[in-house]
Design a protein around this ligand. Structure first.
Ligand SMILES: [Zn+2]
Length: 182
């Protein structure tokens, strides 16, 4: 896999540790035991669907872990491709992401993931916000089609995502907000 400067390669997730296995010796799974896609499978499905004419590549905001609890924002990336690398004697997913140019943020929503490399809002923040906002849109109280809204744009210096600048909005109010001209 050739990788240029605007690209990064991100390794898939290992299988879960169960008695007697070492995840580092096992193939990285695409499906879990119930046949549902794992995180690897979801990524691979996005690539396959996009290649088969199912639309543009998925967009991710990529965070790089500096040390425990500290993440830096590397910006938006398109998920272009993946391969299954078996050079080490086991199958490892390698996902290739390329830095997005222009405004891809409109497509970010569908690509949200809890993967540490790519999550937009950390799950501990989501948990606290969900509890605080009681699982409802803070404007109308709707309890379905909810989105976590990060209210401090990075362009305005919002470097850190904390429960204070995240809130729950329903699809309708989330849309209204993104259409608003500031
Ligand atoms: Zn609402």
């Amino acid at each position: 896999m050739n990788v240029d400067e605007s690209e990064l390669v991100y390794e898939g997730h290992d299988t879960y540790r169960v008695a007697g296995n070492n995840p580092k010796d096992e193939n990285q799974p695409r499906y879990d035991q119930s046949g549902k896609p794992t995180q690897n499978g979801r990524f691979a499905d996005w690539v396959d669907n996009s290649k088969q004419g199912g639309g543009d590549p998925a967009v991710f905001r990529v965070y790089e872990k500096m040390k425990d609890g500290i993440w830096t924002d590397r910006g938006l990336y398109l998920l272009l491709d993946y391969e299954i690398d078996s050079a080490t004697g086991r199958e490892v997913f390698k996902f290739r992401l390329k830095q997005a140019v222009g405004d891809s943020s409109a497509r970010l929503e569908s690509a949200q993931t809890d993967s540490p490399m790519t999550r937009q809002i950390p799950s501990w923040v989501k948990q606290q916000v969900y509890k605080r906002d009681k699982g409802c849109c803070v404007i109308c109280g709707a309890s379905d089609q909810l989105h976590f809204d990060h209210d401090l744009p990075f362009s305005k210096g919002g470097a850190g995502i904390t429960p204070e600048n995240v809130r729950i909005l329903c699809a309708k109010h989330n849309l209204q907000k993104s259409n608003r001209i500031e």
